[in-house]
Design a protein around this ligand. Sequence first.
Ligand code: PPS
Ligand code: ADP
Length: 176
Amino acid sequence: MVLIQLTGLSGSGKSTIAFAVRALLQKEGHAVEVIDGDTYRKHLCPDLGFSKQDRNENIRRLGFVAERMTANGVIAIIAAINPYEEIRQEISNYGNHVKTVWINCDLKTLIDRDTKQLYKRALLPDGHPEKINNLTGVSDPFEMPDNADLIIDTHKRSEEECVKQLYNYIMHQLPG
Ligand SMILES: Nc1ncnc2c1ncn2[C@@H]1O[C@H](COP(=O)(O)OS(=O)(=O)O)[C@@H](OP(=O)(O)O)[C@H]1O
Ligand SMILES: Nc1ncnc2c1ncn2[C@@H]1O[C@H](COP(=O)(O)OP(=O)(O)O)[C@@H](O)[C@H]1O
């Protein structure tokens, strides 16, 4: 039983790494679900915004789904920003099969990547109609994990290396 809760800023590489790892695990015959924050928000959590309370409720729901999956033999990877230590700890309390993986990336690299143009919008002057006021890491908190089981530095390593790092880590957790 393996449940991976990723945590990391928007654009750090959570989805990229999670889906690539899923493909590798599937090749080995494993059942895997990536519980992607962006996607699940649309379907399971459309009522939630980005306040601390809503983000924690979002993770609580994703954690519940992930736990049901792992109980039925699926490797679940939660790929959400998951910015608060308290709720990460709550998910970890499901048991030793839950591992917290910090997809770390420095802000300078994220601003350079800015695949969704969110950082550009967060850095707009106050009052601009397109400004985002609560972007994690810029104008909303990201609590660094106190005791992550694994840290992947995507600003220092290639995509391929990062994928391998998570893949190897999960393989190591699997029985036999
Ligand atoms: N204010 C603000 N802060 C952070 N993210 C924002 C915000 N507004 C919209 N988005 C988009 O929503 C995605 C994050 O959703 P999550 O479910 O992963 O967030 S959380 O775990 O509940 O904090 C996130 O997706 P990723 O880029 O894949 O991380 C963003 O595309
Ligand atoms: N080492 C790396 N690991 C993961 N993604 C990387 C890396 N280097 C560059 N990238 C790029 O960064 C972007 C990360 O986007 P995404 O996976 O959607 O992030 P998130 O899901 O955390 O919001 C992708 O365009 C990816 O190609």
